[in-house]
Design a protein around this ligand. Structure first.
Ligand SMILES: O=C(CO)[C@H](O)[C@H](O)COP(=O)(O)O
Length: 212
């Protein structure tokens, strides 16, 4: 979060660098230990290399930001050229990491149909189930048709949901086809976080939307 794309700020690549050595690298694509960096920032292309160097396995940018941001490849650089969502996915893959593309609640899902590759093995889509910027908001069930549409069209795509996920809302998300869950308050506010994580995981694995 950069205080521009969203009205809040969080940490950057130096924190990722410090945490990375304490978490074993994933043994397979999207596996345990994946550092999935959700970039709620206005200039997503500028930070890909820094986050890759810091240890990100997956760089997830916002579609809305990539529509109107620079093609410059570092924070120090300027460029008159623009990037685009499709170009940025390719650029992230060229850096040797996986790409995620996030949609804010008001952005329709069909904008992605010309952006995603036919082979989705190195991609993920994040459907925001709150307006990005703050934890502790209410889950928006009206985002589920977007998840359903993606799951129908891309059976093997990793589909992430973020915002208001808990034991109360997980079944709706899992039934719609989400298989990657971001949960803040429900986990960090729990007496037993591992129990909550286990329940969320069970809701997803019992649906098995992604073929193994
Ligand atoms: O970053 C977010 C919004 O920008 C996430 O929604 C948030 O971190 C998840 O928190 P919660 O589970 O409390 O909704």
């Amino acid at each position: 979060m950069d205080g521009h794309f969203v009205p809040n700020m969080t940490f950057g690549a130096p924190v990722v660098t410090m945490v990375r050595p304490h978490v074993e690298r994933p043994k397979e694509a999207f596996g345990r230990g994946t550092f999935d960096c959700h970039m709620m920032i206005a200039e997503p292309k500028k930070w890909v290399k820094d986050f890759k160097k810091a240890g990100a396995d997956l760089y997830c940018f916002h579609y809305e930001a990539a529509l109107d941001s620079t093609a410059a490849e570092s924070p120090e650089e300027t460029s008159d050229k623009k990037t685009s969502p499709k170009e940025l996915i390719k650029y992230i893959h060229d850096q040797g990491i996986r790409a995620g593309i996030a949609l804010k609640p008001k952005t329709p899902v069909d904008v992605l149909y010309d952006v995603l590759n036919n082979d989705n093995k190195d991609e993920m889509v994040l459907i925001m189930t709150v307006e990005p910027g703050f934890g502790g908001q209410k889950f928006m069930p009206d985002m589920m048709p977007k998840v359903e549409a993606l799951r129908k069209r891309y059976p093997e795509l990793n589909i992430e949901v973020d915002g208001g996920l808990s034991e109360k809302t997980i079944d709706v998300a899992a039934d719609a086809g989400a298989n990657v869950i971001v949960a803040g308050s429900a986990v960090f506010g729990a007496d037993d976080p591992s129990q909550v994580i286990a329940k969320l995981r069970e809701a997803i694995t019992s649906r098995r939307h992604v073929r193994e």
